[in-house]
Each structure stands twice: as structure tokens, then as C-alpha cells.
Design a protein around this ligand. Sequence first.
Ligand code: MG
Ligand code: MG
Length: 259
Amino acid sequence: MIIKTPDERAAIIEGGRRLGAVLEELAKVVKPGMSTMELDVLSEKLIRDGGDVPAFKGYTPEGVSYPYPATLCISVNDEVVHGIPKDDVRLREGDIVSLDLGLIHEGLVLDSALTVAVGQTDKQSYALMDATQQSLEAAIKAARPGRRIGDISHATERAFNGTGFAVVKILGGHGVGRHVHEEPFISNVGHPGTGPEIVAGMVLALEPIANIGKASVRLMPDDYTFRTYDGSRSAHFEHTILIEDDETIVVTRRPSEVF
Ligand code: MG
Ligand code: MG
């Protein structure tokens, strides 16, 4: 969407603040033994307690035969994105878990994700999460009016150079605000100076996704969950941003996040 009025601007900023706070709360309670469904139940409660509505629940992405059944997408270890919460999937010490959450505030959609360790994990997993978060920050810096979507893609991809990690090419960011997924698709790989122009008022979800092993992913029979093809671990970070003439506002920035 393109923000056109002060009311829309205020709603997207407030919605983002709320989503950031909910995600931070979820990240804090992640612990070994918890089922992924428990996190889903908590995420829905936190969103609804604030007077907002889960954005993913009941949403049917293009090409999928049934609506998403949960509030949260929880992807553990080699699950890449869109893992469906379950009662019988329990988190274990050393897992890494991506929490991807959307909410609707005053009719506007916000989308954000982070990946956290369950207890303590290994060095390589921490490095993967750190590199993916750094890539998101590089993408945010590239998102300026007058530049192009390909500049964001290029910055996302380039941030992984020298890390040994593989950025997932078939998944990426998107416009957001009116709907969960809007144009433009924002690939996590690309060339500077290509693609649509970035203009003030745009609301974009930027979301680098990277694997310890190879970039290939496969879609599981549930039609939602992507896993890495080689079974290696994957990390995912996402923010919704608002492009303005003189600055880019990271509306879903979490309270404890400092950059
Ligand atoms: Mg998301
Ligand atoms: Mg998204």
C-alpha cells in the first residue's frame, strides 16, 4: 500500500509497535519442552488483548488449497518458513525457531519475524541468525525513495558474502498494509538499479531467509511448510518498514532491539 493520510500513517506505526511488542514477548517465553501450539495460543491472545486481529489466520495464499489454520508461523531448525503450530511438536534445548507473525490494526496489516535459540544453541546457528539479522539491516538501509526494489534485493544478498551461508532465492519480501501479500515481490537476490522505483508512502515487508547448507528448499505436503532440501538449519528475520521522504521507519522494531 501507499500511505496517503496522517491517520493511515499513525495506524501503521501503532500497529507495528504492537506487533514488535508481541513478538518480543513471544521470544522471551520460548523454552525447552514447550509445544509450538502453546506459542500460537499465546500469540493470538496477546494480539486480541490489544484489540487487534491475527492477519494470517484464515488467509489463503495464492496457489494454496486451504486457509492458514493458525495465528503464528513457527519454523524449527530445518523448517524454513510457514511451519504450522502443533500440539505434539515440542521445542528442545538447542533448537532454533523462527516466529513469523502478522496482525491487523485498524484495518492495516503488519508482518514481522525473528529467529531465536531455545535455551543455548551451537556457534554456527548463532552465526546464521546474526548474519540473517545483519542482512535485514542492510536491506532496510537500501530502502530509500528514488532507489529501486533491486537495490534492496542486492543489499540483502550481498550481506551474506563471505559468511558461507546460502540465501534462499525463491522466497522473499513483499508489499504489505492492505493485504498480507502485495506487489512488489522483493527477492532476496538481485541487481542494483532494477525493478520498481521505491516511493515515499510505500509499506514493505523485508525478510531475508538463509540456510547453513545449500539454498534449495522444498514444500511439504501440508502446502505451507518449507524445509531445507539438505536438512540444514534456516533462519528468518523480517520487519515492516514505511518509506518516507527523509527517513525509513522500521515500524515493527522491537523494544529491546538496538541498531
Ligand atoms: Mg512474515
Ligand atoms: Mg512477510
